[in-house]
Ligand binder design. Structure first.
Ligand code: URA
Length: 244
């Protein structure tokens, strides 16, 4: 997982990968910056994203020297009452207040959770992975547990399974189920859409008020072993599963 701080000489990497590894931006964005002539090597613009970086090369964006940095991948079991942005205009607590690592200022969250939603949130400095998992094409599956004030009626459950038409388009969850022993008051819903307030909007549409919203898993990574507010680094296996 940890990438060398030095420019690798054995297996030289391409310029676009190098720029992304520096944390400046995603690989896709790097390609745009390179083609626009904004990345220089030893002070000369290099517009070929496939150029192989050599040990003696100094890569710059404007005046900033770029260096590959180690990637960080954290799974947080987000508590309610925290926002997922890095800074908040209203001075509310952010999820980054819960992390105590040196490089936390480099991190951002992959996707978002509302302030009153708890559960799985991945924090990273890997722009490529963020872009990939945020793209609907990749279909990162999120599982939510929705606690309702009253038991759900079978008719409405079926309506949700069939899909509902919201103001920004039709949405059909991948799976909808009643959580066992919940007396029909906790509904499991699997979805790959990352649209804002998507779960709340679906339940509002069918006329049910959400009492509590929790996300026990994101892209197959579960908070099962984490207490609320606790976090851990992802394992190598989890990182390679996400990156596939
Ligand atoms: N859908 C919501 O309504 N809220 C969240 O936090 C996540 C998904």
């Amino acid at each position: 997982m940890n990438l060398n701080k030095e420019i690798p000489t054995k297996n030289p990497i391409s310029l676009n990968k190098f720029v992304a590894m520096s944390g400046l931006c995603s690989r896709k964005k790097a390609e745009v910056l390179i083609k626009a002539g904004l990345i220089t090597i030893n002070h000369a613009p290099m517009t070929n994203p496939a150029y192989k970086i050599l040990g003696k090369d100094t890569v710059r964006y404007k005046k900033q020297i770029l260096k590959p940095e180690s990637k960080i991948y954290i799974l947080l079991n987000k508590p309610r009452g925290f926002v997922t942005t890095t800074a908040d205009d209203f001075d509310r607590k952010t999820v980054f207040d819960l992390i105590d690592i040196k490089k936390k200022s480099e991190l951002h969250s992959i996707g978002r959770l509302d302030i009153d939603t708890a559960g799985a949130l991945i924090l990273t400095n890997d722009g490529d992975l963020t872009q990939k998992l945020s793209h609907p094409k990749y279909k990162a599956k999120k599982t939510y547990h929705v606690t309702l004030k009253k038991p759900i009626d079978q008719t409405y459950l079926e309506k949700m399974k069939a899909g509902v038409k919201l103001e920004d388009g039709f949405i059909k969850p991948d799976r909808v189920f009643i959580v066992p022993k919940s007396e029909r008051k906790v509904i499991g819903i699997q979805i790959h859409s990352g649209k804002k307030h998507i779960i709340k909007r679906i339940f509002m549409h069918i006329g049910y008020f959400i009492k509590k919203l929790n996300r026990p898993s994101f892209a197959g990574i579960s908070t099962r072993t984490l207490g609320i507010g606790a976090w851990r680094h992802l394992t190598k296996r989890e990182i390679s599963l996400l990156s596939k």
